[in-house]
Design a protein around this ligand. Structure first.
Ligand SMILES: Cc1ncc(C[n+]2csc(CCOP(=O)(O)OP(=O)(O)O)c2C)c(N)n1
Ligand SMILES: [Mg+2]
Length: 757
């Protein structure tokens, strides 16, 4: 589109610092000064302009949505300085994204760019009785009544409108949008009752600069990888291209060049600055995505006026000529021109609508400012980690799927609880079979999990038993695995993703840290993405060396708000823990991780070769492990209490024997089992009667689990007892025998106990 306002010579008024004010005045002046020929005024069902795919009614509504979006921005700039509004990243210049909302349905799940205010306003039309102005104003004001996040963030979000609130991390929502698209199709294939119509598509919008991000690229790649195999992935990627990211310009033509010819990512372009000409192209892209179920890339031309945010004084780093030229591409000027040109509205009507919308936005903002804000820590955290212990315990112990499990295991006599004691890998495998029998909406996926049954055969037989629709290999990308998990969860399924090694979780951790674990918080618990992420973890492996297969960093999981992390050391515990994790996911929507100690997968003996001391019986359904409950070996032994987990448990039990022999002490070993959150009360209870305390933590020294245990002990008032920590070094793990130098050994435990004498 050509610039509508000529920027040369630039009048003094337009050289001002406050570009929001200038853009505001530009609109009114533009309308007042408009001197084109007005048409006769189309009827509601007529094309707004000759050749446009948009009718007059549609245009009028889109124009109104654009104005709502614009005036919310202008209001935010004014009221921010009065501390009535707390967010000024706006949608000005992007209002044409309203077309995407119009061409889609309110049941198409949407993951939106922070500039998709026009989309949001338009989507509100899809359900009767909803008010985009008030709802948005409440979010801008961080009001407790904000229907999207309950005052926790200014987000575009709505439960009834299927807009799942996004965080600020650019591009991080693309993998889950892809995941949601796949989930719509997968849900149908496994006979799962979807919460939305079966021909829905997933929509996500993002900026031009964001399209370069690794997290975005991985979603495009995964979508194309899927489509290449003729598998459906109905995701509409909407790139709102304004040519800039904060202050860095996207090279001219880069987005088109980068995406136009990508195989299996179908490219459409639309002018988001012009409703009359853009709408047909938007519609075409949407219809293509819905009909073909193929990943579709809609390149939407936008512009950015009023800076990146209220704090971005563009005039300080851009020439005034350039600024004015950009402002002249304001899509609202074009919409006003269309309204006038078509004869749909008079100048007075346009100006009245403009001012009326302004009034509504300010009135809503003032009202929102009078509403209560979050005022206590308890209120803030209420939706973060819901926990209903009784319901979880009941669900975890629910055992009404006997018939199904008999089929799965091949008859009553073959049920795992009727078999001889087995090692950890087998019991996890049995427990997974049971979860699949219990929950028909369970899916297990990851790298090598299907035919091969995982690197450690923990998932062996699952695909055979439950089919390739429920157990499948993904492409090699942890970000995508976790994006898929969020997608399946969004569609009401229970994902059990596997991360092949703990080191490779760190590679994609933001998908849990910033995304999955934050959804309940930022949606005020209206949206949940429950999952149980299984991760092969920790050191002490004799067969497979090196850092990345022995990673022992638990710290990165310890401070993720709301996450639950369990770490079983033996097979029966793993089975009952898995039941509880699945119940936490089902009942309270929690995001859970199970750290499976690789070195214990096959461990059979405890003290002597052949003693079978680390084999356990399979707990029959009906048994479950309460969240936070540890296991005590040597109840009543008080001379020394060892707190530990994972590999530390059998090591400490062996060391305990030696300590008992050397010092004559009675030793109690306490397996924490639950690492996040730590059960401080239980730790204190165990510490209360301890004469000496030892902590055996195979994780790293800094900020590891051991620090949490010590804090609980000291805060419990037991800090005066002699205590010591045996803990991994703050280092990467070397290859071969040297690996054992960096993590606690049995000798280290015995020696540390000796210092407590
Ligand atoms: C992962 C990440 N890195 C950096 C930022 C800081 N940041 C916020 S917006 C932005 C620019 C985004 O530009 P673009 O994708 O073009 O969107 P636009 O703001 O232009 O609509 C940056 C760098 C962020 N939010 N997330
Ligand atoms: Mg941009």
């Amino acid at each position: 589109m050509e610039a509508i306002v000529t920027a040369n010579p630039i009048p003094a008024r337009m050289r001002g610092l406050n570009r929001a004010e200038i853009c505001d005045v530009n609109f009114s002046e533009f309308v007042r000064d408009w001197s084109g020929r007005a048409g006769t005024g189309p009827a509601p069902g007529d094309a707004i302009l000759d050749g446009s795919a948009l009718d007059a009614r549609g245009f009028r509504e889109l124009f109104e949505s654009q104005l709502v979006s614009r005036h919310l921005d202008l209001m935010a700039r004014v009221l921010r300085v009065q501390n009535k509004v707390f967010y000024t990243i706006g949608s000005s210049g992007h209002e044409g994204n309203a077309m995407v909302a119009r061409a889609t349905r309110h049941t198409d799940p949407a993951f939106l760019h922070y500039r998709s205010g026009g989309f949001m306003a338009e989507r509100f039309r899809k359900l009767p009785g909803m008010d985009p102005v008030m709802d948005s104003a409440l979010s801008f004001a961080a009001s407790k009544d904000d229907p999207a996040s309950g005052g926790r963030h200014k987000v575009w979000g709505s439960k009834p409108l299927w807009v799942l609130p996004q965080t600020s991390t650019i591009a991080s929502h693309l993998p889950k949008a892809f995941g949601t698209a796949v989930a719509i199709e997968q849900g149908k294939r496994i006979g799962h009752a979807l919460p939305i119509p079966g021909d829905s598509i997933a929509i996500c919008s993002f900026g031009d600069a964001s399209s370069n991000h690794a997290t975005a690229q991985t979603a495009f790649n995964a979508a194309a990888w899927t489509a290449y195999q003729r598998l459906p992935a109905p995701v509409l990627f909407v790139c709102e291209d304004n040519g800039i990211g904060i202050s860095v310009k996207t090279p001219d033509g880069w987005v088109a060049r980068n995406f136009r010819d990508r195989p299996d990512l179908d490219y459409f372009a639309a002018d988001g600055l012009d409703l009359a000409s853009g709408y047909g192209d938007v519609q075409e892209a949407v219809e293509h995505c819905r009909r073909t179920r193929r990943p579709t890339f809609l390149h939407l031309r936008t512009t950015r006026i009023m800076g990146h945010a209220g704090t971005d004084f563009e005039i300080e780093w851009r020439s005034i000529e350039e600024l004015c030229a950009v402002e002249a591409t304001d899509p609202l000027l074009r919409s006003a021109a269309i309204a006038l040109e078509s004869g749909l509205m008079t100048k007075d009507e346009v100006l009245a609508l403009y001012e009326d919308t302004r009034k509504k936005c300010f009135a809503a903002a003032e009202e929102a400012d009078r509403r209560p804000r979050l005022s206590s820590l308890q209120e803030v955290m209420a939706p973060l980690a819901p926990y209903t212990p009784e319901a979880v315990a009941k669900e975890a112990a629910r055992a009404d799927y006997n018939q199904r499990r008999e089929e799965v295991f091949g008859g009553k006599d073959k049920l795992p609880e009727k078999q001889a004691p087995r090692h950890l890998a087998i019991q996890i495998n049995n427990a997974l079979h049971d979860l699949f029998a219990k929950y028909p909406e369970t899916l297990l996926f990851g790298e090598d999990v299907a035919q091969k049954g995982g690197v450690y055969t923990v998932t062996k037989g699952l695909q055979k038993a439950f089919g390739p629709r429920r157990v499948f290999n993904t492409l090699l990308d942890e970000t995508v695995i976790l994006g898929l998990s969020q997608g399946f969860a969004n569609m009401g399924m229970l994902p059990l993703p596997e991360i092949q090694y703990l080191a490779y979780l760190h590679n994609a951790a933001d998908q849990i840290r910033g995304e999955a674990a934050s959804l309940q918080f930022f949606s005020n618990d209206q949206y949940r993405n429950p999952m149980v992420v299984r991760i092969a973890s920790l050191g002490y492996q004799r067969g497979f060396g090196g850092h990345f297969h022995n990673d022992n960093s638990i710290t990165a999981l310890r401070d993720i708000p709301g996450l639950v992390v369990g770490c079983p050391s033996r097979g029966d515990d793993a089975a009952t823990m898995l039941r509880t994790l699945a119940a936490l996911a089902k009942v309270d929507g929690r995001v859970c991780a199970l750290l499976e100690p690789i070195a214990l997968y096959m461990a059979k003996d405890l003290h002597e070769p052949g003693d079978g001391g680390w084999l356990t019986e399979y707990p029959a359904p009906g048994e479950a492990m309460p969240l936070g409950e540890g296991r005590v070996y040597g109840e009543g032994s008080d001379d020394l209490v060892i707190f530990t987990f994972g590999n530390g448990v059998p090591m400490s039990l062996r060391a305990a024997r030696r300590i008992e022999q050397a010092h004559g002490w009675k030793v109690r070993v306490c397996d924490l089992r639950w690492l996040v959150p730590l059960n401080d009360a239980w730790i204190r209870e165990q510490a209360a009667s301890a004469r000496r305390i030892l902590i055996v933590d195979e994780g790293r020294r800094s900020a590891g689990v051991g620090e949490g245990v010590i804090t609980a002990v000291v805060e419990g008032g037991f800090g005066a007892r002699p205590f010591r920590r045996v803990v991994g070094a703050d280092t990467f793990t070397p290859l071969a025998g040297a690996a054992f130098l960096v993590i606690p050994s049995e000798d280290d435990i015995v020696a540390a106990a000796g210092t407590l004498d």
